[in-house]
Design a protein around this ligand. Structure first.
Ligand SMILES: [Zn+2]
Length: 277
């Protein structure tokens, strides 16, 4: 099967002892492309360096909402410079809003998100979006704020940026409602599906994902986190995308081959990384 992992934190310490073996297992499992997102400017540098050294790896550069305190006057130019320097940079991310940890005030998170969306527009790169609600949120305040910002951004894209306006990015590890998914799809966003879809009690998540159009789905591990069944409890790794593909196949009544082919094609279209290596 031809599979892709569009969200894997391969630069983190959890992979220091066996990173090459992990990538080798991913290749043996049929993965030709792995996107490694960043969390800070420092990690963006490390991620670009890592992806330069391996043909299956690609990078997203950006500052995660939980790292907003690292933001300063030099951040945007540092990210811009990294994106310009390496052909391996195919996206800006992961960026977004996190109202679960609330490490910075919402206004600050929103302002940093907007600055990075503007950078993505300037560079004509799609965005990898993180969004996390407060556990007890009934209103979906995070999704609401996020979708509003994304709607304004897409509406404001200048002419000449049609490709970006058509495929502006992915909502990574989607855990929102059908209504949020509907609004994101309307904007042209893809929906990233992670390991929790395989968890026993994730009925609602399976229902939401099962009703989305296959041509808008991407498979992501978010490794080393969010390990899918039957490996739950272990460190996650990109070869495990196969278990997510199997579960999507089950809930959409398709074959794993169809899911693998479609999501791999979707990823290639969004991140423009061309044919397999
Ligand atoms: Zn992530």
């Amino acid at each position: 099967m031809n599979l892709t992992d569009t969200h894997c934190h391969l630069d983190l310490d959890q992979f220091n002892n066996d990173r090459e073996a992990v990538i080798q297992r991913a290749r043996s499992a049929g993965l030709a492309h792995i996107l490694v997102p960043s969390l800070t400017v420092a990690s963006s540098r490390a991620v670009v360096h890592l992806t330069e050294s391996n043909p299956v790896l690609y990078a997203a550069v950006g500052v995660h909402p939980n790292e907003a305190e690292s933001w300063d006057g030099q951040t945007i130019s540092a990210l811009r410079e990294l994106a310009a320097r390496s052909l391996k940079v195919v996206a800006v991310g992961e960026i977004g809003l996190d109202y679960y940890w609330n490490k910075s005030p919402h206004e600050e998170q929103i302002s940093i998100l907007k600055e990075q969306l503007n950078l993505a527009a300037e560079l004509e790169l799609p965005v990898v979006i993180h969004s996390r609600e407060k556990d007890d949120a009934e209103t979906g305040a995070c999704a609401e704020d996020l979708i509003k910002v994304l709607e304004d951004w897409v509406a404001g894209l200048q002419s000449g940026k049609e490709t970006l306006a058509q495929r502006p990015g992915v909502l990574h590890s989607f855990s929102g409602s059908s209504e949020t998914a509907r609004r994101a799809l309307e904007l042209g966003f893809y929906i990233g599906v992670t390991g929790p879809i395989t968890y026993k009690n994730a009925h609602q998540k399976r229902q939401v994902i099962g009703n989305l159009p296959l041509e808008r789905l991407l498979i992501e591990t978010d490794a080393p986190y969010l390990t899918p069944e039957p490996h739950r409890g272990e460190r996650n790794e990109p070869a495990f995308v196969v278990h997510i593909a199997d579960k999507i196949a089950e809930v959409t009544s398709r074959t794993p081959q169809e899911i693998a082919a479609a999501t791999t094609e979707n990823a290639a279209l969004l991140f423009s990384w061309g044919e397999s290596v």
